[in-house]
Design a binder for this molecule. Sequence first.
Ligand code: ADP
Ligand code: MG
Length: 360
Amino acid sequence: MSTLELDAVSKRYDDFYAAKRLSLEVGFGESVVFLGPSGCGKTTALRMIAGFVTPTEGRILLDGRDITGLSPRLRNMGMVFQNYALFPSMTIAENIAFGLRQRRESNQAIRQRVGQLLELIKLEGRGDSFCNELSGGQQQRVALARALAFKPQILLMDESLSALDLKLREEMQIELRRLQREMSITMIFVTHDQLEAMTLADRIVVMNGGEIQQVGAPPDLYGRPENEFVASFIGKNNLFWADVIEARGKTSTLRLSEQLTVKLELPLPVASGSRLAFGIRPERIRMTVASQVSGNDGLVGTLTDQQFLGNITHHFVLLGDGKTVLVETSGKEERVATGSSVVLHFDSDAIRILDQRSRA
Ligand SMILES: Nc1ncnc2c1ncn2[C@@H]1O[C@H](COP(=O)(O)OP(=O)(O)O)[C@@H](O)[C@H]1O
Ligand SMILES: [Mg+2]
């Protein structure tokens, strides 16, 4: 049985859906990350799970029990906010103990638990310090310890690492993931940062416009995006729309624009006369100097710019119709001078079909 279940949960403000028909099951010990751009409904989803926002439709189940209308205090969930929300007038130990005191635990039990948690967040011996004596990363760890203190059934985190600078944020992501795994914490984490999502998640829930776009493990979302939004939001991608002029078996003649028609071998048969969206990852494209290519297949373009990024290089190739294609190489390939005419090739399994419609 899943620990948490969202059953077609929506939140409507007048006739605007901040979150629409969210359905999801989260297993015990699983780390699920809600990922999407600002305003897509992530916080609304999390606050409905926590009980701070009441759904207008649908049900929320915890261990099979309907908790849709239950007060947040009775849900046994720990929440960590973006701005830490620590109590500045309390010591670190008092901050961590806050939830335990509310639950009227004995002094001895509290002291023991706070000691364990200080050790966990590597702040042993700092229990009597005040929060303003700590760095941002340390304060974030205290907020985490406070949320974990009463052993919540689910840990909820809303953009909780966003205020930290990049290096510290990356360290905290790895640390949090380690803790979550070691302690089998069921975690729901909200972020707009795809790398953070990939680091933290067993499964990512991609959201846009209040709706779930796709749910999957990071490699599945990267390798098998189901629509244009997911294909472009997770990693880099080259997206094309094309009219299928002719389809013979797997080889299709595609019109990418008025100026540009190509023959491609697609991974799936498509219908002649349909309109197609597909994506090709930059690292799946091979770029060759035009004078070294025989035959006339492939996409012809001009290499207009190159960015050396250390382990990879980005190449920008301008096609005849004005579209720019991003090609990524790992530096082992022969260098090509900026300004060269180039031809782009890719295998049919590098093409991910994202949408197919009949032509209007
Ligand atoms: N209390 C509210 N009243 C009206 N609209 C709201 C309210 N809370 C959130 N919204 C709207 O719902 C949408 C989703 O918000 P939110 O869940 O905060 O997105 P995210 O966390 O993904 O940035 C936004 O357009 C936001 O303006
Ligand atoms: Mg938010």
